[in-house]
Design a protein around this ligand. Structure first.
Ligand SMILES: Nc1ncnc2c1ncn2[C@@H]1O[C@H](COP(=O)(O)OP(=O)(O)OP(=O)(O)O)[C@@H](O)[C@H]1O
Ligand SMILES: [Mg+2]
Length: 231
């Protein structure tokens, strides 16, 4: 406990990159973390095959629609942080994961096309909430939009406008963004955490680390708020 699931029906929204970085940063702080790779393309299994994952970050491969609920329950009993990376789909596996979730991150690039897809993810979360509320009236499944791949240099009008729109609709958002940084891409190329990338080959590693730490810190704050509200 708690289980955080990344959901977006849109491929390439930044789910895997964001969840891997959060998992690695939590592990760097000494936490035991399970990161479930529920994408048939196995991006996290591939990353782990490089042999540079910290011991306290357990990547659980081969998670599918049939076994995801059991795998999440097993992981939640074993470690304090469970993260789930789903493929870009709205298929049944997402519903099965949401049934086990305590918190949902909806990664979204800063464009209106992506916002439409994020809206579908929000609908999946609220449908899940409504289904459970039939039996547990106070049940809530909190979520937050996480902007990804946003300009590292400045806030674009698109992103600023989207933030305003979402705020008006009272849709929760991470203040911190996963900025567009080459270092995040390079992690998969070299199969290494940011901290182990060769800075003579990859630019901007230090700023990417600060970015990943900030997103993780905000997640921890959000999880704490949720836990306090639930108790
Ligand atoms: N913050 C970022 N900075 C730079 N590149 C990024 C960032 N986030 C994602 N990317 C790149 O965008 C592409 C898609 O990212 P990612 O695989 O994390 O998305 P996804 O939502 O998991 O996609 P899928 O739905 O296909 O699983 C990848 O090439 C990745 O390297
Ligand atoms: Mg992915």
């Amino acid at each position: 406990m708690p289980t955080t699931v990344a959901v977006s029906p849109k491929g390439g929204a930044g789910k895997t990159t964001s969840m891997l970085n959060i998992g690695l940063q939590l592990a760097k702080k000494g936490a035991r973390v399970a990161l479930l790779d529920a994408d048939p393309n196995n991006p996290l299994k591939d990353f782990a095959s490089g042999g540079h994952c910290p011991e306290n970050l357990l990547i659980i491969p081969d998670v599918n629609e049939d076994n995801i609920a059991d795998k999440i329950r097993e992981a939640a009993e074993a470690v304090p942080f469970v993260l789930v990376d789903l493929e870009g789909t709205a298929a049944k596996i997402v519903v099965n994961a949401l049934q086990q979730a305590d918190y949902v991150i909806i990664p979204m690039r800063g464009s209106h096309l992506d916002a439409k897809e994020a809206g579908k993810a929000i609908k999946l979360v609220t449908d899940q909430e409504l289904a459970v509320r039939r039996h547990v009236p106070n049940y809530r499944l909190p979520y937050s939009i996480l902007f990804t791949c946003t300009s590292a240099a400045y806030e674009t009008r698109n992103t600023a406008g989207l933030r305003e729109d979402l705020q008006k609709m009272e849709i929760p958002m991470f203040e911190t963004e996963m900025k567009d940084r080459d270092a995040f891409k390079s992690m998969f190329k070299y199969q290494r955490p940011l901290e182990l990338l060769d800075t003579s080959l990859v630019p901007g590693v230090a700023t990417a680390i600060v970015n990943a730490e900030a997103v993780t810190a905000e997640l921890l704050t959000n999880l704490k708020t949720i836990q306090e509200a639930a108790s």
